[in-house]
Structures are given as structure tokens and as C-alpha cells.
Design a protein around this ligand. Structure first.
Ligand SMILES: NC(=O)c1ccc[n+]([C@@H]2O[C@H](COP(=O)([O-])OP(=O)(O)OC[C@H]3O[C@@H](n4cnc5c(N)ncnc54)[C@H](OP(=O)(O)O)[C@@H]3O)[C@@H](O)[C@H]2O)c1
Length: 228
């Protein structure tokens, strides 16, 4: 199919922005979403302008805003072939660290926001027999000490599998992307020995570019040096 449409949350930075570049290179049209619209607009310009990409500001914890993203996508491009529920952020490890408000915001973004993204995009994905991807984490496969962030990513792991089972028979593929440490603004201090966002973007494109009968259900990608 010519120029499939690829929607990404958390596209203003890091893994989401890198994936947008790789998807554009592979011929996808892009629907870029995040709360900050300035970096999204810059990415639209970089990826070829309004015919190739649109920027739609939204907070994934707000159902009406997410619905508006999907509406804009369908009004502009008429379909959604790939949806990448990628928006998320972390917190310091330790159940006595951070503020309760930071926790609330993180849980809502990483878990509820991912679920709302699925809810908003699944009807269009069914229509297109498309592909749903979620960004989990290696921290969603093993509990990290004192990490509520890790708990949110366990929920995302379950969400990917729950969605895959629910969507059986619809033609929609579901892939859980599970990065190890990646050098992005996720970290306040740049991590050593980490992956680049491009490394994860290539994993996403590997899953997306498989033939329709192949569901790459999970991809766990660590830097070679990362033990845990
Ligand atoms: N970096 C790592 O080592 C690593 C490892 C495993 C998993 N991950 C996961 O990878 C995903 C992307 O993270 P990243 O490493 O690329 O970090 P990043 O560069 O900080 O990107 C996070 C993205 O999420 C968006 N975002 C955050 N809260 C949002 C909200 N409430 N509504 C909408 N968008 C929101 C941010 O945009 P705005 O601020 O503009 O909204 C930004 O585009 C996250 O789910 C993260 O948990 C990262």
C-alpha cells in the first residue's frame, strides 16, 4: 500500500522523534503528537511539510485531546495504519522518593495514557488491518528496586499482550517494544553505554515492515553492555 499513515505519541523527543524520522524515510505519512507542539512543528518541516506529516498537540492523559488527534489524522489522511503508544516518563527509584503528584502523573501517563491511546486508535486500526505498538521497557519485564516506573511498565507489558489477544482475528498486529537504557531526555543526566534512539526506531521499523501474517509480538533491545 502506498504511503501508510503512522501515528506516534511522545513524538516531540527521543524514541518517538527518531521513529518518526525512520518511518518517514520508509515512506510513511506521520501524525506526530506530544504536549509540546514546537518540536513537533519542527519535525513536520524536516519530514517534508504538511503533505507528509501533521503535528497535533495532546496530553495522553486527556481523552478528548487524544480523540482530537485521531480525528485530525482521519480528516487529513483518511486512515491510520500504525499507532505507536510511546509517550511516557520516569521517576527516581525509591518508594520514599519523588512527590505523590509526580507518581500520579507518571502512572496516568504511562498506564492510563497508553490505554487511552489504544482506545482512541483501535477502531481506525481495525479498519486498516493495521499495527499497534507500545513502548514498554526492560523494566516491564523485571522489577527494579524501589521503582514505581518499573510497575507502570509491567502494566504496559500486560496491556500489549491483552490487546494482542483481544485483536486476534481482526488483522491488527500488536508489538511491545521493550528498550533497555536509551540515551534520550528521559534521563536528566546522559547515561553511559546506552543505546541511541535510532537503535529503537530500527527495531520498531523491523516489526512494522514484516509481512501482514507476521506479528512480532515483543522486542527486548538492550545495549550490549547492560547486564540487567
Ligand atoms: N530512554 C530509556 O532508557 C527508555 C527505556 C525504556 C523505555 N523507555 C520509554 O520510551 C518512551 C519514550 O521515552 P524517551 O526515552 O524517548 O524519552 P523522552 O525523549 O523524554 O520522550 C518522552 C516523550 O513522551 C512525551 N510525553 C510525556 N508525557 C506526556 C503526556 N502526558 N502526554 C503526551 N506526551 C507525553 C514527551 O513529549 P512532551 O513533553 O512534549 O509531551 C516526549 O515526546 C517512554 O514511554 C519511556 O518510558 C525509555
Amino acid at each position: 500500500m502506498a504511503d501508510p499513515v503512522f501515528l506516534i505519541t511522545g513524538a516531540s523527543s527521543g524514541i518517538g522523534a527518531a521513529t518518526a524520522r525512520h518511518a518517514a524515510e520508509a515512506g510513511h505519512r506521520l501524525v506526530l503528537s506530544a504536549r509540546r507542539t514546537e518540536p513537533l512543528e519542527a519535525l513536520v518541516a524536516e519530514l517534508g511539510g504538511a503533505d507528509r506529516a501533521i503535528a497535533v498537540g495532546a496530553d495522553v492523559t486527556d481523552w478528548e485531546q487524544l480523540r482530537a488527534v485521531v480525528e485530525r489524522a482521519l480528516d487529513t489522511f483518511g486512515r491510520i495504519d500504525v499507532a505507536f503508544a510511546n509517550a511516557g516518563f520516569g521517576a527516581k527509584r525509591g518508594f520514599l522518593e519523588e512527590t505523590p503528584e509526580h507518581w500520579r502523573s507518571m502512572v496516568l501517563t504511562n498506564v492510563y495514557g497508553a490505554a487511552l491511546t489504544l482506545r482512541a486508535t483501535i477502531p481506525a486500526l481495525k479498519e486498516a488491518r493495521g499495527h499497534l505498538l507500545l513502548t514498554g521497557s526492560v523494566a516491564g519485564r523485571r522489577a527494579l528496586p524501589g521503582s514505581l516506573y518499573s510497575c507502570t511498565k509491567w502494566a504496559v507489558t500486560a496491556m500489549g499482550e491483552a490487546a494482542r489477544q483481544e485483536l486476534e482475528g481482526t488483522g491488527v498486529r500488536v508489538t511491545l517494544i521493550e528498550p533497555g537504557m536509551v540515551d534520550t531526555p528521559f534521563f536528566s543526566q546522559r547515561p553511559q553505554g546506552a543505546l541511541e534512539a535510532d537503535d529503537i526506531a530500527r527495531a520498531v521499523m523491523y516489526a512494522v515492515s514484516q509481512p501482514a501474517h507476521v506479528d512480532v509480538s515483543e522486542l527486548l533491545v538492550r545495549p550490549t553492555a547492560q547486564g540487567v
